[in-house]
Each structure stands twice: as C-alpha cells, then as structure tokens.
Ligand binder design. Structure first.
Ligand SMILES: [Fe+2]
Length: 398
C-alpha cells in the first residue's frame, strides 16, 4: 500500500491498528497503551515521518521518527516505539525502497528517544545501530548492552565513524556536561534534499493542534475546560484552546497562569453529570486557569512565529543550556554555513519547516541578543527545578 502524501494528513492514522504498548503499565504515559502512528511523506521517495503522541495526564505532544533513503536502503533517525502498526508500515517502505540498514539514536540524554531503541533494534535484526556517544542512565550508569543495545551491531557516532558519510553530514551539538550526565545531540544533514534532521535542539510549534489529534481530540477538550465538572465539548475553538494550554504545560511544566484548586472545590467537581467516565478522569481536573493564560500562550508562541520558523524549547534553554548560550549560538552559526539546508525536521512538533542559512543566522543573532534562561513569570517553575538541582549538587555550579 502506498504511503499517504504530505498533503494527505489523516490517511496514516489507522484506528484498526491501535496498539497496546507493553511499557504503559510502568510509565503513566498518554495515550495509555493506545498508541497510533501518523505516517507522512515529507520528501517524495526520500524522507518519511512516523509520528505518535506521547506525554502524561493528557499533556500529549508529537514525537517523530524520520526515515531517510540512504543508498539502496533506509535509515531510521530518532526511534519511536515499534508498535505493530509502525513495523507494518516500515515493512511496506522496505518493499518499495529497500531494507532498513541503519537505526540512529541521535541523543545521549533524550529518554523518550532512547527507550524504544532495544525493541526497534530487535524488530530489524539486520540493521546496524548507531548511538550518540556518552550515553547515560540514571540513577545508575549502566553499560550500553544492559540498556538493551545489541553489542554486536552497535556503533558509536564519531568514535566508530559515521553512517552514510557519502550522503549525510553529522553535526554535533555538545558535549555539554550536566552533572547527571552529558547532553550531546547529533544533527544530520541530508545533502541531496537539504533536509536538516534534529532531535530536541530545535522545534517548530504552531498555534493549531497537530493532525495527530484529528481522530481523537480528547486531550485537547480535556484541557479546554475550566473545571472538572464541565463536560468535554468538541469544537474548533475548544481544540485550539486545549492545544495552547497543553503547550504551556509541556513547555513550562507549571505555567504562571495555572493554580491548583483547594481540595473542597476539587472534590465537589467529581462525578458530575457528563463527567463520570475515565475519559473525563471522573471529573478530576486539578487546574484553575487565570485570565492571563492566553497572553502567556501567545508569548510562548511568539518564539516560534512563522517568520522565525524554529527555536529552542524553554525546557532545554532553562535546564540544559542556562550556562551554555554560547555553545548553542556557535552550533547555529555552524549550521548557518551550510547553504544546502532547505528543510528542518525536528523529532517533536511540526515538520517539515522551511529553513535555510539566512534563517539560521538570524536565529543565532536573536539567541545571542536574548534575555537568556530567565527565571520570572512562565519560567519560574523551570528556574526552581534548576535551583533545586544546583542545591543538591546534582549539576555543576555556574
Ligand atoms: Fe525529545
């Protein structure tokens, strides 16, 4: 079966393929074992996107694995959980394009990209696994083979060379010592298409909900409410409202405009008419939004406005790069020297994004001039986490 085109946004969401993912009892992650995958062609015959939702408490955002044509086969960049649906769609691609030769884990720290690696590697036993150097686990530093990486066919990017150098350039961001471990990410430039693949370092966020929510907008509608006693009502306005609130949670953990209600009102909202099923969490909604939430969301979205197609997620800016603005700017300037770049494909949120050397240079200049890693307003919770890590000496002093 041919893959849907880039403009065919919903064909890849096949509810007949809803899958149970075996980790879900261990991690309270949305979509609670019913993980669906949206498959899109980003560059015909060359690059495909496999997207899923991941998160918790209905705070769900897209995560993406990118499939790239390499020589006579395929490369998987930034693994996602290999549900039966994912494996079936990859087998279809293999029939059309050749075998999956390479699986790349392009980050040393991103747990959501690391966890699916062993199962994906087992599903494609002939593929070589390339991992970013300085992999780490917490609280114990375990050998890679203990983490499920197959010893015989695992290579380390940089140390053991790089895969497909005749076609791809690998541009590292880092290493940056975090104390708990190391941040290191490997961007990948496909010279022929001008596609720049990144993992977490750059994202593009839109104010409209991703297509992954088209079939089941429950998370959006859940967060569009102002109390647990309100039923979930599907409308375009509610979908947008819910998405903006999800963005605030996902980017700031606890936005400035949200508070937790007292136990009394919280309990009174439980089991009200229209809110008595697990879908509504039986009326449990421990958030109260103040009037300023929309301007807080607008402020966040300005970082990713159409004229500035991508940026660094606040979580990374405040918790990973607060003392490494220069490192990030230098990496952007390094990318900006690559005139082949036409597209940006991050592992989260929107893709593909138009991108080129000029836009990357402008971004570098904007970042350099920015009030970097602030601690007030929306950023207060991230700043408090950072301070706690400093106090506990889990991260080095700056
Ligand atoms: Fe990530």
């Amino acid at each position: 079966m041919p893959l849907p085109s880039f403009h065919d946004q919903t064909v890849g969401l096949a509810n007949r393929h809803e899958q149970r993912w075996p980790w879900w009892p261990l991690l309270p992650l949305y979509p609670y074992g019913r993980r669906r995958t949206l498959v899109r062609t980003l560059v015909p015959g060359r690059i495909w996107s496999f997207e899923q939702l991941h998160g918790t408490w209905y705070v769900a955002v897209p995560i993406r694995m990118t499939v790239v044509k390499v020589g006579e086969g395929l490369m998987l960049y930034a693994p996602i959980p290999p549900t039966e649906e994912v494996v079936a769609r990859l087998r279809e691609l293999e029939t059309e394009q050749g075998p999956i030769e390479t699986i790349v884990l392009p980050t040393a720290s991103g747990l959501e990209h690391k966890l699916p690696v062993p199962a994906l590697a087992r599903a494609f036993p002939r593929a070589t696994l390339w991992v970013t150097d300085q992999q780490w686990s917490f609280p114990l530093r375990l050998p890679a083979s203990w983490l499920g990486f197959p010893r015989q066919r695992t290579r380390v990017l940089g140390r053991d060379g790089v895969p497909h150098a005749e076609q791809l350039d690998w541009i590292p961001l880092g290493p940056l010592e975090l104390g708990l471990g190391t941040f290191l990410e490997q961007a990948c430039l496909d010279r022929a298409t001008g596609a720049l693949l990144v993992t977490d370092a750059l994202v593009a966020i839109q104010d409209t909900p991703p297509d992954l929510f088209a079939e089941d907008p429950t998370p959006l509608l859940f967060h569009a409410r102002d109390s647990g006693s309100e039923p979930l009502i599907d409308s375009e306005a509610n979908r947008r409202k819910g998405w903006k609130r999800i963005l605030l949670f996902a980017n700031f953990f606890r936005p400035a405009s949200v508070s937790v209600p007292a136990p009394g009102p919280l309990l009174r909202d439980l089991f009200q008419p229209g809110c008595r099923t697990a879908r509504e969490h039986f009326g449990f909604y421990p958030f109260r939004w103040s009037a300023g939430w929309e301007s807080e969301a607008s402020e966040l979205l300005r970082r990713f406005a159409p004229e500035r197609p991508a940026g660094l997620a606040p979580v990374l800016e405040r918790l990973v790069f607060p003392g490494a603005q220069r490192l990030f700017v230098d990496w952007l300037r390094q990318l900006a020297r690559r005139t082949e770049i036409k597209l940006l494909i991050p592992a989260h949120y929107q893709a593909p994004q138009p991108c080129d050397a000029r836009l990357l240079l402008e971004l570098a200049e904007r970042v350099q001039a920015a009030d970097w890693a602030p601690s007030d307003a929306s950023w207060a919770t991230l700043a408090a986490i950072d301070q706690t890590l400093l106090n506990w000496r889990l991260i080095p002093p700056r």
